[in-house]
Design a binder for this molecule. Structure first.
Ligand SMILES: [Zn+2]
Length: 367
């Protein structure tokens, strides 16, 4: 990856960082009703030699804790031993939402649609502005950590705008089993950071409100891979056993109200027409079977077993090709590795049964 440092001062959140220094900085971004400062905690570890600045952010959605867990695990292991460049870790960006276990800001805005922010804008726009100006602009690379939204889980996947060369380099360095090639919405941190010249990717993994052990492993591996690829810390990057890249994905939606019995789990390969879930009535009568519209990989799923018509059930990623060997690896028949363990973990988040087991005995319907 190219050396991009030197054009940027090693100043983070307004604080000049000396070579070899490790620091905790509290960046004031707002105030509470009582007038107390609301501050974003920022951990900085600088190497003795100059080099790139890598920024890792989490909990821009305040209830998405897996990213915080990933950063925690990195810090828990002790100093990174940064040899060159600077690592900036921000475990919680949306400190308001984090305190109230809420995805959003107190003004109900989505912080991840407010970047690069406005100095004199709304509450959320101001927080976004301060963070973007003081922290994001000082970085050369950005990894932003997310989970699925409430009631959903995602098989760990990196989302990246792959036609942007810097972003592609970063996605390659991170090393994920599943990469979704997408631009990202306007106002999202990764889109706006990239526009401002800071290549950015996100990891979408797991559910909100949890720290999931295998997601932590995936995230730590990815962040360390980036630092190792850039030569900032010792050690060789660890490549995933396989990688699937997709541009297309589709949601399978409920047709009628009822209770779902799932037949697939996140990360599982599916064929066109393969049963995804059986929708049964409250009295356990089969109503219909939802099937995958295409061959692909289960990217995400609802974790709520109750559905109304039109509600999303399963997010299927559709790769242009899914070679047979890859399919076998994905199906876990060939020693699953980390991805296999993620799948086992996630299968416990929902009740997954074989299709045959679901069929209830025929009952005579009483009117
Ligand atoms: Zn998020």
């Amino acid at each position: 990856m190219p050396e991009v440092s030197g054009r940027k001062r090693r100043k983070v959140a307004g604080v000049a960082i000396a070579p070899g220094e490790t620091r905790e900085i509290y960046l004031e971004v707002s105030q509470s009703y009582t007038g107390n400062p609301v501050r974003i905690p920022v951990h900085v570890e600088a190497g003795k030699k100059s080099g790139p600045t890598v920024l890792v952010t989490a909990a821009i959605h305040g209830d998405e804790l897996n990213g915080m867990g990933i950063i925690h695990e990195i810090l828990f292991r002790g100093p990174l031993g940064v040899r060159r460049g600077t690592v900036v870790l921000v475990p919680v960006v949306n400190v308001f939402g984090f305190e109230t276990q809420d995805r959003y800001m107190p003004d109900r805005r989505d912080l991840n649609r407010m970047f690069p922010g406005r100095e004199n804008g709304s509450l959320a726009a101001r927080v976004a502005y301060e963070f973007f100006e003081q922290v994001v602009r000082s970085a050369d690379w950005l990894v932003d950590l997310h989970t699925g939204a409430s009631g959903r889980t995602n098989f760990p996947n990196v989302r990246a705008r792959l036609r942007d060369p810097g972003v592609k380099q970063l996605a390659d360095a991170f090393g994920a089993e599943l990469v979704v090639d997408s631009d990202g919405p306007d106002g999202s941190l990764r889109r706006e950071a990239a526009r401002a010249g800071v290549p950015a990717i996100i990891l979408e993994a797991g559910e909100p409100g949890k720290i999931e052990p295998t997601v932590t492993e995936v995230g730590v591996r990815g962040v360390m891979n980036v630092l190792r690829t850039l030569g900032m810390v010792d050690g060789a990057p660890v490549s995933p056993r396989f990688q699937v890249r997709v541009r297309k994905s589709t949601w399978v939606r409920a047709q009628v109200g009822g209770i779902l019995r799932f037949h697939v789990s996140p990360g599982e390969p599916v064929d066109e027409g393969q049963p995804i879930a059986t929708n049964v009535s409250l009295f356990a009568r089969e109503q219909n079977v939802l099937v995958s519209p295409a061959a692909g990989l289960v990217l995400g799923m609802t974790t709520l077993p109750t559905v109304k018509p039109g509600e999303p059930v399963c997010h299927v990623a559709i790769p242009s090709t899914l070679p047979k060997t890859l399919r076998e690896i994905l199906a876990g028949k060939r020693a699953g590795g980390l991805a296999g363990r993620v799948r086992q973990d996630f299968a416990r988040a929902v009740s997954v049964t074989e299709r045959e087991e679901v069929l209830p005995p025929a009952a005579s319907e009483e009117d």
